[in-house]
Structure formats: structure tokens, C-alpha cells
Design a protein around this ligand. Sequence first.
Ligand code: ADP
Length: 329
Amino acid sequence: MSKKGRVFSGARPTGRQHLGNYLGAIKNYVALQDDYNCVYCIVDLHALTTVEDTANLRQNTYEMALDWLAAGIRPAETIMFVQSQVPQVTELHTILSMVTPLGKLTDLPTFKEKVRQNPDNVNYGLVGYPVLMTADIVLYKSDIVPVGVDQAPHLEFAREIVRSFNYRFNTKALIEPQAKHTEVPKVLGIDGKEKMGKSLTNQIELASTPEETSQRVMQMVTDPARLRRNDPGNPDVCNVFSMHKIFSPAEEVEMINRDCRTAALGCVDCKKRFAANLNKDLEPFRAKRAEFAAKPEQVWDILHDGARRARELAEATMKEVREAVQLPE
Ligand code: ADP
């Protein structure tokens, strides 16, 4: 079957992935492979804008690749690679930065947010982050970028840069990518309040053992108004119930929804059920991860092969770009 076009997506190497990454991104990455030619990039250069200590950068890249492969990224058809291994991206970044107004970059809410979070490390790379992101996307002539609502302005920005470049150099060398809006859940951490994330240490990692996973699940906060075992609970405000809806069989979800409200089911039992269902769901992932983890060199080979294929696409685009800009051959 011929596929519909090329999808690009990148994620910073954050190491072992958690349920939020899985349900919010990786699951969609895996599904998109059926219909599109996919290019998935571990954007380590982007990570440098905020990471000060790079001691774990390689290991985080490797761990993330392991999780992607174990979750079902198929490297024979999908190009999966590390951003810094395609140096053309930095060349395109430099060229695109010449058609990007500085004021627009510093006005972006995401930039202002980063400045607020880390006022002592407002580096040049941080300002140019959306330009590098644009270079990532257009270098591979990607037609489609999956985006959640909050990332939509960045893609619009990328489209503007492409239009400016094509207009300024009177070319069609770069393709304006389209946003593919995807509904992904916002997964809350075990605290039941904040978005699941590594920095808040409220995550459940995919690579944990079944025992570690059960332990984390048992720490999950349920309906905060349910103080005693015999109090009726409200599944509508319970993070554990929202996870049951994703990982548990329909009849069980129905039973929990009913028996929690009458206090026939307590939170401890409810969490035990979730831990069991989650562990069962993760079984194939764990088996595959263990296989890859036994041969780290195979994971690196996959990434190197991806980078080689990505460089071929990148070099073809750069030939057109250099020609348009009149840089010598
Ligand atoms: P990045 O900065 O590369 O987006 P993150 O680790 O924050 O790195 O996120 C990687 C992907 O996982 C993103 O698509 C993000 O939306 C998704 N993601 C991360 N945490 C969650 C969460 N708690 N719920 C849903 N999606 C999440």
C-alpha cells in the first residue's frame, strides 16, 4: 500500500519514557506508521538549549530509542535517528535564521516562559529554537507534523519561515508543512494534580519492573474527597479511574464506575486492579525492551542507519537550498 506523505516529529532525549510520553506521543507515533512515511528524530541539539549538564545525554538518547523501539517503532520503514548526526540541519538553521525576524522569536509565549523559568540561562540557541525546529521539519520535505493544541503556534511559525524563505529566494525548495491535529490525553502524575513529567518526579516509567510499577500505582492519589474506606468515591475526579478507562477491559471499567460510587470497591483494591492491568498491557513492551537492551550496539546501529537515510534526504534538500541562495556548489 502506498503511504500518504511524510510525517516528521521530534522529541528531546529525556531518557526513560513515562506513561505521559507513551499516551501523549509514542502511541501516536506507532499508529502513524501504518499510513505515512515517518521520520522520528531524537532532538539532542534542542536539548542543549536547556540542559547544562550533558553527562547523561548519550545515555538518555539510548534509553529513549530503546523505549521507542520497544513500543513499536519499525526502523526498517521509519527513519529513526539522532538530530546531531545530520549536520545539514545546522546549516539550514543558519540560513533560515536570516529570514526570521528576531522580534517574532522573542515575542513567542514559549520563549518568554523559558526566560521566566531560567533567567540565568537565556542563551542565543534558546531564542532560535523555533528556527531549528523548522529546519528539522523542512529538511526532510515533511508534509505533516502531528501537533497538540499547544504546539500549533510553533508550526504556524515554521510555515511563515518557509514562506519567507521561498519568497525571498524565489524558489519552491521548501515545503510548507501541514499540522495534523491530534487529540491526546493530558496524563496526570501519581499526585493526581500535575501533568506527569520527569521534572516533577511524579511519573510511571515504561521500563520499570512490574513490582516497581505496582509500587508507583499504589502511591497514586485518588478522589481527594474520599477520606475513609466506606466513603463513596467519585470516579469522575479520580486519576486512577481515568487510567482504568485506558488500560482496563470495558466490563471492569463499568464495575469500578458503579462500585466506587457506592463504596463497594475501595481505592486500594481499585489500584491493585489497575496495576495488574497496566502490567499485563506492558508485558510485550518489556519483553521487546529486554531483547534490545541485551544488544545495545544493535540500537546504535539502527540509529546510525536512520541518520544515514536522513542525511540522504537532507543533502538533496540542501542542494536545492544552496542553489536558491546562490551559495557555490
Ligand atoms: P519535548 O520537550 O520534546 O516535548 P517531553 O518529554 O516534555 O519533551 O514530551 C515528549 C512528548 O510527550 C510530547 O509530545 C509531549 O506532549 C508528550 N507528553 C509528555 N508528558 C505528557 C503528559 N503528562 N501527558 C501527555 N503527553 C505528554
